[in-house]
Design a protein around this ligand. Sequence first.
Ligand code: GLU
Length: 550
Amino acid sequence: MDYKDLANAIFPDAKDITYYEEKYPERNLKEGAIVTRFAPSPTGFVHIGGLYQSLIARKLANQTEGVFLLRIEDTDQKREVENGITDIVQSLDRFGIEPDEGMISETEGKGNYGPYRQSMRKEIYQSYAKYLIEQGKAYPCFCTPEELEEMRAKQEAAKIRPGYYGVWAKCRNITVEEAIEKINNGENYIVRFKSPGREDRKIKHHDVIKGNVDFPENDQDIVIIKADGLPTYHFAHAVDDHLMRTTHVIRGDEWLSSVPLHLQLFHELGFKPPKYAHIAPIMKNDNGNKRKLSKRKDPEAAVSYYDEMGIPKEAVNEYLLNIANSNFENWRRANKDKSIDEFELQLNKMSVSGALFDMVKLLDVGKTVISKFTAEEVYENAFNWAKTYDKELEEMLQDKQYALKIFGIERGNKKPRKDIAKWSDVKENIEYMYDEKFFAKEQEYPYQVIHEKEDVDKILDLYMEKYYNENDDKQQWFDKIKELAGELGYAKEVKEYKANPDAYKAHVGDVSTVLRVALTGRTNTPDMYEIMQVLGKESMKKRFEVAKKK
Ligand code: GLU
């Protein structure tokens, strides 16, 4: 009896690997095309780091006319949640990331290199495991969990490296006959890789992001097929990325230390290894300590957070590119209006250690991004967000024409307003433009330089009676405020006031502030001329009356 008999005893029905080699041929892509993938487990949580990786992968595939695919790694079925795949697909979609191939729902995929869900690829892994067994490069292991635990305890007590290797790899030396007999007797087993490595030898590896790294060779006989017949991550990675013809494995750097094992698996399987690019995690400054963004502690670690807050996808994507390549910022400065699709992302410019996540900066990007939206785009986004997250805002936005007027204030010009960073800012930002909201609230009226009731009332009355005309253009409107100031003894120009401060009580700017505060309850608003246009004379009159009663 030989290895072939052993392989047949374990996987009697597995196909010959040539079947799969032919079924999934080399891809016919142009030179330099990057085939890469995002390979999450469907655990019900999409981490911002996963979005970051996908964005990078999507972009590189676009830049090189390659392929970006979504593979679902669900071999650890204990960790799975219902609708976990749909959640991933939808999360990527919400950020405008559409894979060329891969899963599109819980059960369906698209593309010729599938199935793209590992639990549906069981037979494929078993064929390759069989292939390894036939060559004496893998073997069944009958050790029980108790035996393995005992081994681990011994290793720990003797302070030696833990694991299944060398003299510790008990089942490595079981004869084929003995193994077949145990199998026939119904003993439980898993399949292990027979590592040809030695710990005292080093391998050199070039990582696209981390650069040159040295590692000891792998000498662990890792499990490749578990008791449930499914592969471990390591084995599935080698088989899948080979058969899917991945050129670049872009993944989190927690996998960097597995590279010696992975290269060994590729080698023993007779596969050409891919290039590896290990991305450093996104970090957070936690009271001066830099640590990974944590699923448990940080709400912003979940991509769902950005939806909930209404941070536009354009801002998140732009911010992530900012983190990815430090030259992005300069590029943006030089190309203010270009789409991020035109930025040439480079893997080898990614930072080796983790970049810090900065919410303030992200919101700042959000302000700039939204400032470039048309009123119609702001409306659509805010309305869509409100439908899910804010009923009151949804209600306010029912009157689309009125909302468009508000969002149109100071928009579309050279220096557009930059007061909205996220859709959850909108309500607070536009509330005062709605009479029913404005009057429902007890307003504070934070008058500034001119604040005596008598002075304020005079300005409001005179302005309404004599100076306000809704048909005035902006210049006429402003001239009238100056006249009003002049009539009441304030300086008509700020310059005049500065040249001779003792001659005046205040200046035209202070008069404007009175009008602004009375109208809106705020000292800071977008362009007051436009606000008045949108509010209309009736609302203004009412607002002044209410202000005067305070
Ligand atoms: N399922 C693995 C993870 O979520 C994928 C790593 C990889 O991209 O190969 O970490």
